[in-house]
Design a protein. Structure first.
Ligand code: SF4
Length: 68
């Protein structure tokens, strides 16, 4: 069974696109299309990101899950 990993900042970022897979959800970063600094599928959880922009309707960035 796959562990559930919090996406961190991607969860509330306007550039993130969740892609539901059979066993887990991948978070695609749309900034990767135009800026090579950003990986297509960022390593989660993303706790700091220069490209983060809050999505409309989001109040605060989602905190990352504690390790373990
Ligand atoms: S810009 Fe940063 S926070 Fe936003 S989706 Fe890409 S990696 Fe995640």
């Amino acid at each position: 069974m796959a562990a559930i990993v919090s996406p961190g900042l991607c969860a509330s970022c306007r550039h993130a696109r969740p892609i539901a897979g059979a066993r887990s959800t991948f978070w695609l970063c749309d900034r990767s299309r135009t800026d090579p600094r950003f990986p297509r599928y960022p390593r989660l959880p993303v706790v700091r990101c220069a490209g983060y922009e809050r999505a409309a309707g989001e109040v605060t960035p989602a905190p990352p899950a504690p390790p373990g």
